[in-house]
Design a protein around this ligand. Structure first.
Ligand SMILES: C[S@@+](CC[C@H](N)C(=O)[O-])C[C@H]1O[C@@H](n2cnc3c(N)ncnc32)[C@H](O)[C@@H]1O
Length: 387
């Protein structure tokens, strides 16, 4: 079967050049067809110039879920609207890096950098040229090298590839484990199917452990038909490359993310083509940590309302029961997006020599673990109600 993410039949056009060309045009002149109605928090729009407001090609508002002091990368930053909202949200201790492969978009975003810095009182934005599926390669020095070494032969092409590898290694555009949050607004769908897994790997690479991806994108409820997939306008128009909504989450899971949460799913589709609904969805996914897990006698009680839930690692929590978890899971569940749904139960005493966590899920923590070996069971009733 052919889907936007699993191309067993290649499409009959060059996706990347089609996308680049469409958004070069979209930078020159506002293209109404590319605008999907979106609600931003109005307080952050007041200082934005008209040109940035009108060339908005996003489909959601991932900026809502970012906090002060964070370092954030915006993938496919366009004219910089999301970046300039983020600049205000992360404040002067935070940093915002917009990535786009399109000179026209970058030029508009950069044109307003000083003006906006002056308005907000600090400079915390940077716009860089790169492909979002290859965030190690800074395309500006790569272009400079090409200007001095035009390619006419296979050998020269190999020299260029070697130079790109050198740039990736020695001066990576976005280093490993360097950002608190990655956002993107209506861009992931535009990436070629054969590059999509690499794109998810790159999200994982640049995030700090525990960091999060907050992505607004177009999803569909069924696989796009071959007719849709082979329409270049529909690809660059954020339709043909849309993620099937279940696959969108699975791709994050398979790339090692956890705590996936749908933050918003528009009820009304943005477009319906051949009966397939295309709508905006915003989700959040956390980068996992590869650490050894130990048994420190910690437990958690799941509050409900579901009878039981299971996380990406197969840890099952049963409503109302004191379930044994590892130190890593205990720490993870004590933070968003889990913290509101559980009650953390610490051990009575700290475990001095913890053993590797190796209990089947779900297992219960006995009461004496949280109350001590000599705890007293009290049956005496002192009052008819608590408090
Ligand atoms: C639909 S627009 C969204 C722009 C912006 N996020 C917004 O909300 O207005 C897509 C943007 O992503 C850029 N883009 C598309 N594919 C890209 C890729 N593979 N790497 C880097 N930028 C890309 C385009 O140049 C364009 O600026």
């Amino acid at each position: 079967m052919t889907t936007a993410q699993n191309p067993t039949q290649p499409v009959n056009y060059d996706i990347e050049s089609t996308v680049l060309k469409r958004y070069q045009e979209g930078a020159k002149q506002q293209e109404a067809k590319l605008c999907c109605p979106t609600d931003y928090d109005g307080q952050y729009l007041k200082i934005l110039p008209e040109e940035i407001l009108e060339k908005d090609y996003g489909c959601g508002d991932p900026t809502r879920y970012v906090s002060e002091g964070e370092t954030v990368v915006d993938l496919g930053s366009g004219v910089g609207k999301n970046c300039y909202i983020l600049a205000q949200k992360v404040g002067k201790t935070g940093q915002v890096i917009g990535v786009d492969f399109n000179d026209e978009m970058l030029a508009i975003a950069r044109k307003y950098q000083d003006e906006i810095a002056h308005k907000i009182g600090y400079h915390n934005t940077k716009f860089v040229k790169g492909k979002i599926q290859d965030l190690k390669l800074d395309l500006e020095p790569a272009q400079t090298w090409l200007n001095g070494h035009p390619i006419h032969s296979l050998e020269e092409m190999m020299q260029f590839e070697a130079e790109c590898d050198r740039l990736r290694q020695q001066t990576p555009l976005i280093p490993d484990n360097s950002v608190d949050a990655v956002i993107s607004n209506c861009v992931l769908n535009l990436v070629r199917p054969q590059d999509k897994q690499q794109l998810f790997n790159e999200l994982n690479r640049i995030l700090k452990p525990g960091g999060r991806a907050i992505i607004s994108d177009i999803v569909c409820d069924e696989d796009p038909t071959p007719k849709i997939l082979n329409d270049p306008d529909l690809w660059s128009g954020c339709i043909a490359g849309a993620f099937r909504e279940d696959e969108f989450l699975t791709l994050f899971e398979q790339s090692g993310f956890y705590g996936l949460t749908i933050l918003k799913r528009e009820e009304t589709p943005w477009q319906v083509i051949d009966g397939i609904e295309f709508r905006s969805m915003t989700l959040c996914a956390y980068k996992g940590e590869n650490t050894h897990e130990f048994d420190r006698h910690q437990g958690v009680i799941y509050k409900g309302p579901w009878q039981q839930v299971e996380d990406e690692n197969g840890q099952i929590l049963k409503r109302g029961q004191r379930i044994a978890v590892s130190d890593v899971t205990y720490e993870k569940y004590s933070q968003p997006p889990y913290a509101d749904d559980i009650i953390a139960v610490p051990p009575y005493e700290e475990v001095e020599s913890p053993q590797p966590f190796n209990v089947p899920s779900p297992s219960l923590r006995p009461p004496q673990v949280s109350k001590g070996e000599n705890y007293q069971v009290t049956t005496e009733q002192t009052s008819s109600c608590c408090g």
